[in-house]
Design a protein around this ligand. Structure first.
Ligand SMILES: CC(C)(COP(=O)(O)OP(=O)(O)OC[C@H]1O[C@@H](n2cnc3c(N)ncnc32)[C@H](O)[C@@H]1OP(=O)(O)O)[C@@H](O)C(=O)NCCC(=O)NCCS
Length: 185
C-alpha cells in the first residue's frame, strides 16, 4: 500500500513518513545494513544484507501493491533515518486478519520520536485495512522497544526460547507480542 504523512520529530525537525519507492532500494539496503551493525536486536548481521538493489526494488514494488502490506521509510533532512514494515503473516484465508510488523531506526536518530512515529503510522495504515491483529517478536532484553510496543497496547503472549544464536555461540530469546486492533476501532 502507499502511505504518506508529514510531521515533526520530538526536537521539531521535519519528518516525512512515506512508503518506499523502487528508487529507494539502494538507500534502504544501506540503512538496514547500518542498523544491523549497530544492534544485536535484528535477525541479520550487517554482512548478511547481501540482497541486490534490483531484488530489493522488487520487494518494495510488491509491498506498494499489497493491500495489507507497507514498507515505510522515515525521512529527515539528512535522509532515510528509519524503516518499518507490515506484512501478512501467511497467504491463507485463515490468517487474513494478521500481519507482522517491525521497526528499525539508525542509532544516531534514537530518542527523537521516530520509532514512535513509525509504529503509529503502521497502526493507522493497518486501520485502513481489514487487518485485526499486528504481531511482532522482540529480543527479551530490548527494553526500549518493549516499552514502546506496550505504550501502543501490544501485549506479550509468549516467549520464543533461543530464537537467535549469535556468532559467539550465545543465545537470545524473543518475546512474542500482539496488538488487537479491534479494541482501537
Ligand atoms: C527500538 C527503536 C525502534 C526505538 O526507536 P526510537 O526512534 O529511539 O524511539 P523513540 O524516540 O520514539 O523512543 C522510544 C522510547 O525510548 C525512550 N528513549 C529514548 N532515548 C532513550 C535512551 N537513550 N535510553 C533509554 N530510553 C530512551 C524514549 O523516551 C521513548 O519512550 P517515551 O516515549 O516513553 O519517552 C530503536 O531504538 C531501534 O531501532 N533499535 C534497534 C533496532 C530494534 O531494536 N528494533 C526493534 C526490533 S523488535
Amino acid at each position: 500500500m502507499k502511505f504518506r504523512r508529514d510531521m515533526q520529530t520530538k526536537d521539531g525537525a521535519a519528518l516525512t513518513l512515506r512508503s518506499l519507492h523502487a528508487q529507494d532500494a539502494q538507500t534502504m539496503i544501506r540503512v538496514c545494513r547500518q542498523v544491523a551493525g549497530e544492534t544485536l536486536n535484528m535477525m541479520r548481521y550487517a554482512d548478511e544484507w547481501t540482497i541486490s538493489p534490483e531484488k530489493q526494488a522488487e520487494t518494495i514494488l510488491k509491498a506498494e501493491q499489497g493491500e495489507k502490506e507497507l514498507l515505510l521509510g522515515a525521512f529527515t533532512a539528512e535522509g532515510l533515518a528509519g524503516i518499518a514494515n507490515m506484512r501478512p503473516v501467511h497467504p491463507g484465508d485463515r490468517a487474513r486478519h494478521r500481519a507482522g510488523v517491525g521497526i528499525a531506526v539508525l542509532k544516531a536518530h534514537w530518542g527523537r520520536g521516530i520509532g514512535t512515529a513509525l509504529m503509529q503510522t503502521l497502526i493507522d495504515a493497518a486501520g485502513q485495512t481489514a487487518l485485526e491483529q499486528l504481531e511482532l517478536d522482540v529480543v527479551s532484553t530490548n527494553s526500549r522497544a518493549i516499552r514502546l510496543y506496550e505504550r501502543f497496547g501490544f501485549e506479550a503472549f509468549g516467549r520464543h526460547p533461543r530464537m537467535m544464536k549469535y556468532r559467539d555461540d550465545t543465545y537470545a530469546d524473543t518475546i512474542l507480542m500482539a496488538l488487537d486492533l479491534r479494541r482501537t476501532r
